[in-house]
Design a protein around this ligand. Structure first.
Ligand SMILES: Cc1cc2nc3c(=O)[nH]c(=O)nc-3n(C[C@H](O)[C@H](O)[C@H](O)COP(=O)(O)O)c2cc1C
Length: 347
């Protein structure tokens, strides 16, 4: 019964896939670069090391059987010049398409019972990464099983991290797999904007990938000297422009990764603060708490998850985290009653 139910959407994508390659092949795309730079070693006892890129802020993880997802992963990797690692099943999938389908259905059914099929890829920690990209093919509307296992096994280590999902499919959507990612990694932030390339969309990869990376604020920026310039923010308030410098901590970098951002700052406590609620809340993992704000300080009020820009001084609170500061006397532009529409951009 379940198999029949699963077969209906599958037959649809299979037909589309075959149409896309113009023949009877069940493998819709020819791999361009079959090389697996991030492959782990064959023993499952040792954590793997991602193939390093020049930019250590991002990691691209991907699972791929027929290399569609791998091609997208490689494009993200080269665009950002970042680390990459392939997530592989313990036993490779059969080349025979029908037995592959059967095995994947069995694995998906096992996952629903809480039994995750073994993989040979593991990672010690994700400490250095601001964003972890997670890519996979859609299998029966779900996330391909090796990646589900990987997320299940690394959920604790991914807590507090931002995860950007990308997927390839014949024609199905990504939403079921987004829900799966959220429940597999409940303590990570799954970035709302995801990237799905269906078989007809894969040819637009060269334009779709860079614009998605820009939307989520992932840039190929030098990591050697993050310094002042890269932490600078331009804030447009009416026809005035002021600047701010973000703290070089996880929360400050998370804020920068959301830019550009247009928000209304709400007046709070008689213009003591101007506040807004980033959605999702900014990560505060590993960031020192406690701040006695002075005018110009940009903070997070941890219990509520809002950003608060102080126009007046306030007493020390352990619930405040400083994430940046408006430069010079720029705070005067915000030190007026009422709500104010502003636009934050990278400078
Ligand atoms: C077991 C299996 C199940 C699949 N299920 C779906 C599906 O439900 N919907 C869909 O649009 N495509 C489905 N596909 C097609 C793949 O998602 C698509 O070909 C994808 O690009 C393959 O990525 P890869 O080359 O990285 O393995 C399925 C493919 C396989 C092998």
């Amino acid at each position: 019964m379940m198999k029949k139910f699963l077969l209906i959407p599958f037959l649809l994508f299979a037909v589309l896939s075959m149409a896309a390659c113009g023949g009877g092949s069940d493998e819709p795309f020819t791999p361009e670069q079959p090389e697996n730079p991030g492959s782990g070693d064959d023993s499952d006892n040792h954590p793997d090391t991602p193939a390093p890129g020049g930019n250590g802020r991002y990691l691209v993880l991907y699972a791929s059987r027929t290399n569609n997802t791998e091609r997208v992963a490689q494009l993200i990797q080269t665009t950002l010049d970042c680390d990459m690692l392939e997530v592989e099943p313990e036993t490779a999938y059969d080349n025979d398409y029908n037995s592959m389908l059967e095995r994947s259905q069995e694995e998906l059914a096992a996952i629903r019972q809480g039994n995750y099929p073994p993989i040979k890829t593991s990672l010690e920690n994700f400490d250095d990464y601001d964003i972890v990209f997670v890519g996979y093919p859609i299998w029966y509307s779900s996330m391909a099983t090796p990646m589900q296992t990987f997320l299940h096994e690394h959920a604790a280590k991914l807590a507090g991290k931002r995860i950007a999902l990308f997927a390839t499919s014949g024609s199905s959507g990504i939403s079921t797999s987004v829900s799966e990612a959220r429940s597999l990694c409940p303590d990570a932030t799954i970035i709302d904007r995801t990237l799905l390339l269906t078989s007809s969309g894969l040819s637009q990869m060269a334009t779709r990938v860079p614009s998605w990376l820009e939307e989520i604020g992932a840039t190929r920026e030098e990591t050697e000297s993050p310094g002042e310039t890269s932490m600078k923010v331009k804030i447009s308030v009416g026809n005035r422009t002021i600047t701010a410098t973000m703290e070089d901590n996880a929360a400050g970098r998370d804020f920068l990764s959301r830019l550009p951002l247009e928000v209304t700052l709400n007046d709070y406590n008689n213009t003591t603060e101007k506040i807004f609620y980033p959605d999702p809340a900014l990560t505060t993992e590993g960031v020192t708490r406690g701040c006695a704000p002075t005018p110009g300080d940009i903070t997070i009020y941890v219990p509520w998850g809002n950003v608060a820009i102080f126009c007046k001084s306030w007493s020390h609170s352990d619930d405040l985290i400083k994430i940046g500061r408006i430069d010079g006397d720029g705070i005067e532009a915000l030190n007026i009653g009422g709500d104010i529409a502003v636009k934050f951009e990278r400078q």
